[in-house]
Design a protein around this ligand. Sequence first.
Ligand code: SF4
Ligand code: SF4
Ligand code: F3S
Length: 361
Amino acid sequence: MSHQAALGERLAEQGISRRAFLKFCTALASMMALPPGTATAFAEALVKAMRPSVIWLSFQECTGCTESLTRSDSPALEHLIFDMISLDYHHTLQAASGYGAEKSREDAMKSFFGKYLLLVDGSIPMKEGGAYSTIAGRTNLDLLQEAAKGAAAIIAVGTCASFGGIPNAKPNPTGAVPVSDIIRNKPVINLSGCPPIPVVITGVLAHYLTFGGFPELDSLGRPKSFYGETIHDRCYRRPFFDQGKFARTFDDEGARNGWCLFELGCKGPTTHNACATTKWNGGTSFPIESGHGCLGCSEPNFWDAGSFYSALSMPASPLKLTADAAIAGAAIGVAVSVANRIKKRAAKSAHETATIADLEK
Ligand code: SF4
Ligand code: SF4
Ligand code: F3S
């Protein structure tokens, strides 16, 4: 498929129907809390969009970020990322190796200078002149700086690239740093998570292709549409938190009843990510639904932030209630939870109504 082909041609080749594609756009628009009716605009713009060249560099990483994307079992959503872009270099996924692989990267940088997107997973080691991680004899720092020059924008995929992640954890033997510590003259969009949710990557790319830019970012460079709320804000166990009902061990009555995991170390109240709404594996589940607290994997320094199994010490605030105060606040908390869910359902239903009406035109 040439770079000149629009996404629509690619979808047609694969036999993806307009209806299925519209459904995908509806789901994305809903997840990104875009106004009703946007799904159709999304679909129309995406079908015509030219697929941008993408160079994906992998540095100090575990391949989990790439695995997350490629092993997802929801082809309708996550796999569309590979139709939206022309992936010109990704050293784990490409067939080429050695000289041929490096030539693909160089060719893409030259042919699409100023236009390609640079995706990076993994942190960059700075100690010993960058000797801890090299590709084709060149340091990660060197490769990043070179590829960043011609990039239209840079997307840091995963917590390692966004905030340093596990390589940057104490004592940080390689001097690992995130992309944004090195590249300061270009937009860097952080899609944190260890690994990040696949549909977050797809959603951000869809937004770029549709609107020619990225969604609004938070103070840590993450799209607010996916990282604007905490896990705790949208957690289905939240009514138990508000009622002061906590599991104290992983096999007590509270755990069996599905009560809140706060006392078992859940970091949901301080973690911004979309796991509680998008979930994982095609919307099957997320860590808390599987019975384990959130580790806070999309936040800076999550590995060094204390035991995964110690309860957060929460300063007084309306959300950060102690167990006793939570009981008193139960009625308010439940009402807020219900109101939020009704708002979310109404937004989703508005998207669906607009889309189905458009289909019937
Ligand atoms: Fe691996 Fe997590 Fe780093 Fe991704 S963010 S490369 S999954 S350690
Ligand atoms: Fe959910 Fe964790 Fe918040 Fe409890 S503390 S409601 S388990 S996010
Ligand atoms: Fe990570 Fe917490 Fe989600 S550990 S995967 S942000 S529930």
